[in-house]
Design a protein around this ligand. Sequence first.
Ligand code: CTP
Length: 393
Amino acid sequence: MTDTQRASIILGITGGVAAYKAAELARLWIKAGYSVQAVMTEAATHFIGTATLQALTGKPVLTDLWGSSGSGMDHIHASRQADLIVVAPASADFMAKLVQGRADDLLSTLCLARDCPLLLAPAMNREMWSNPATQRNVAQLVEDGIGMIGPDSGEQACGETGVGRMSEPQAIFEAVESLLHQGPLSGKKVLITAGPTYEPIDPVRGITNLSSGKMGYALAAAAREAGAKVVLVSGPTALATPAGVERLNVTTADEMFEAVMSAVTDADVFFAVAAVADYRPAEIGAQKMKKSEQPLTLNLLPNKDILASVAAMPKAPFCVGFAAETEKLLEYAEAKRKKKKLPMLVANLAQNTLGADQAELIVLDDDGQHPLPAADKLSQARRIISHLSKLLS
Ligand code: CTP
């Protein structure tokens, strides 16, 4: 899979009551931007209709080994296009088949012909699960390098309670996320601030700036792609949250400071991309201010510097600052890096970058200057993440 593509997943569904949960799993993957091809066994079609999966994935469901392509090679084509096969639910019978390498329907043939990882989410009655035959099969499948998610313990469709419930779709989704995103930041937590802040003057007016949040959001997406757990503390923006990213919405610089302080404890990296207002009105009018003929003076108080506060923490994460300047770019940016004691800072000319889709950047670190020639913000974010990964290693 390349950086610019989202993964292509085959969702195999075998016969079991938990088949209805496969619909939710398909929905989560589609929402995250993955391409999903549902493949159902004949037994599965007795538990959930193909129309449901077809509507959710936007593709006809494959059920027949003697497929519709006319080539008779659906199993090879489908498995070559997939980055991952997930069978959820995987029945006891299907697992037994896999152990033996049998290929008597499309899904089992596809699993046998695959050249990508295979994950199973077993679902069955607790006695079937604990049966020595099933346990032997599970051990063999694990030895063959097949991944297992679950099963969970709890109340079962048959009314009994025990181990055998299929893992919840969200848990399967997250397991797949970590499998697909084993990048250079895998296992790391990255905290990012993005967007402007808004400092109210009265209920209808405030002080803000032209930051769109695009660079911070692109970094969140790139860090997630690189395998990190990403928390994005965002000022007001109109942007969609990148897939797999946890977003905390804030309005003022004070709220951003509090959100960062509570999320930073176990962070490995902190990107301060937000254009934080340096000042806030000393008083916020309870009602809308009325105009008069007299000049108006606003009393402003300085806001806390979030980045400087994080960088000064005893166990500070690796801190990356951003500097948007309108003149003397390198001189001012390097002065900021030194003042806030940052190992890395990304500098740009504000007039070219604010709100734009493209950015021309320069990374400053202890080794000097590293220009990142003009490109779209997601590409720049990936370059920044790649630079960071080298510094971290
Ligand atoms: N920053 C922050 N908290 C603030 C102000 C800035 O975390 N209260 C962060 C920004 O996210 C950015 C960097 O600090 O990473 C910018 O440095 P700063 O010196 O504060 O920039 P400006 O506010 O633009 O400073 P100046 O107006 O002096 O150029």
